[in-house]
Ligand binder design. Structure first.
Ligand code: AMP
Ligand code: GLY
Length: 423
């Protein structure tokens, strides 16, 4: 069948890399794609939120499956758009419907869901411009650090953690009164700070059945030792060594099963990936957030460890027969290191030629913010490329990634040299 992937990051290149060799995939398209997907699929210059243009691509190319990479089209209701259209309703869409995508689209909605289904998470309250004074009073009852979250999508920047009570109150005012994140901060969730080590758990569900994919840990801060500004993610490791069988069984029993049951009870139609952001507090997992898609760069270590044919898995999701499938996971560890443009996550330059890719041995370069221009591969974003390697241990894998990075170059290339340092 013909398949379309929506998105243009390292995540989408990895999904394309996994789908392209499948016997079940005839023609693969990526919208809009990048220089990595251009090599293994056909890129189509269409925005992931332009549903009418996507419809035309699907009909013109007889596409029967659409895999949605990022959250925006899901929160905007792309799955519902397909179901409501006579010509598109039989196309399989991998990604939840709009009502369920609110788990990522609204932090308040996610917290209400977690509480309602008794899933462990941080205590919280939600405020708006009218209740800002109550928000200040609530902050006074908490101990630092203070965690403030813009309710809506804010391109990964909507969570602010502050140590000083006056700064926390000023931030609450900036979000609610001064619309710091536009309409995304019309409401703000203030929650208890959870102290522990983070990991991500990825679940594929058909709405009834579920499969837990390998765990991963990403490194969000720009600086070594987890310092400096937040980024989309600077590297990742899978599996997470501290997520042993006892801990995974707590995640399954206390979090994954109640989440899948909760989706059904609340009538939230879900055929896709659930990304559960977790924090290990003492010996117990608590949910920090839900995302309704795969993580980036976690995908770059999770999918390479999945041995199953991804198209077969997605067909089972579409047909609600995921219970018939057994996941096969590569025993090896996988790690990835993200190469970023100098200056990222603040201002950076684009259009820098990337050289040395042909010299990579034993690693995979998943392209992110990179495009083909005049037959050259040039940077086009902050996060440029994720270098993934396998190893018997994550230490061995990470060494391989760093050895290959030595062979790569672009002007002002930056990356973290300590991925996995805390494991
Ligand atoms: P999010 O945008 O929801 O992924 O949050 C960004 C980051 O903020 C998370 O990855 C955590 O590191 C941190 N964070 C969010 N909520 C909490 C919390 N309740 N306690 C401690 N850290 C948190
Ligand atoms: N790496 C975190 C995310 O994809 O949201």
């Amino acid at each position: 069948m013909n398949i379309l992937i929506l998105g243009s990051g390292g995540r989408e290149h990895t999904i394309a890399w996994k789908i392209a060799p499948s016997d079940k995939c005839r023609n693969l398209f990526v919208a809009p794609g990048n220089s990595g997907t251009a090599k293994i699929a056909t890129n189509v210059p269409v925005s992931v939120t332009d549903f009418e243009a996507i419809k035309a691509v699907v009909l013109n190319n007889k596409i029967m499956m659409v895999v949605v990479g990022p959250e925006d089209p899901l929160v905007l209701g792309i799955h519902d758009f397909f179901l409501a259209d006579e010509a598109l309703k039989n196309v399989a869409v991998i990604g939840p419907q709009k009502a369920a995508a609110e788990l990522e689209g609204s932090k308040e909605f996610a917290k209400e869901f977690l509480y309602k289904h008794n899933i462990p998470t941080a205590a919280y309250e939600c405020f708006n411009a009218k209740t800002v004074e109550k928000g200040y009073a609530f902050l006074d009852t908490l101990k630092p650090p203070y965690v403030l979250k813009a309710d809506g999508l804010a391109a990964g920047k909507g969570v602010v953690i502050l140590n000083d009570i006056d700064e926390a109150k000023a931030e609450l005012k900036a979000m609610l009164i001064d619309a710091k994140f536009g309409t995304a901060s019309t409401k703000v969730v203030i929650e208890e700070f959870l102290d522990g080590i983070e990991l991500s758990c990825f679940v594929l569900t058909d709405g009834k059945n579920y499969k837990i994919l390998p765990t991963a840990k990403d490194y969000k801060r720009i600086g070594e030792g987890d310092t400096g500004l937040n980024t989309g993610g600077m590297g990742a490791v899978s599996p997470v060594p501290f997520a042993d069988e006892a801990f995974m069984s707590k995640i399954r029993e206390r979090i994954v099963i109640p989440t899948i049951n909760g989706l059904q009870k609340d009538n939230l139609p879900y055929k896709g990936f659930v990304f559960i952001g977790l924090i290990k507090v003492g010996d117990d997992p608590k949910v920090i957030e839900y995302n309704v898609r795969l993580g980036d760069p976690e995908t770059e270590v999770v999918l390479p460890r999945l041995k199953n044919d991804l198209v077969t898995l997605f067909q089972a999701v579409a047909n609600q027969t995921l219970d018939k499938i057994t996941l096969e996971i590569d025993e090896r560890a996988a790690t990835t290191v993200m190469l970023v443009s100098g200056g990222y996550p603040e201002a950076y330059e684009k259009g820098k030629e990337i050289t040395g890719l042909e010299n990579i041995e034993g690693s995979i370069a998943f392209h992110a913010g990179a495009q083909v221009e005049d037959n050259k591969i040039v940077t086009s974003g902050g996060r440029v490329m994720a270098i993934t390697s396998y190893g018997t241990t994550y230490q061995e894998a990470i060494k391989k990634s760093y050895q290959n990075i030595e062979k790569l170059h672009f002007d002002k290339m930056n990356y973290r040299k300590d991925i996995g340092f805390d494991l």
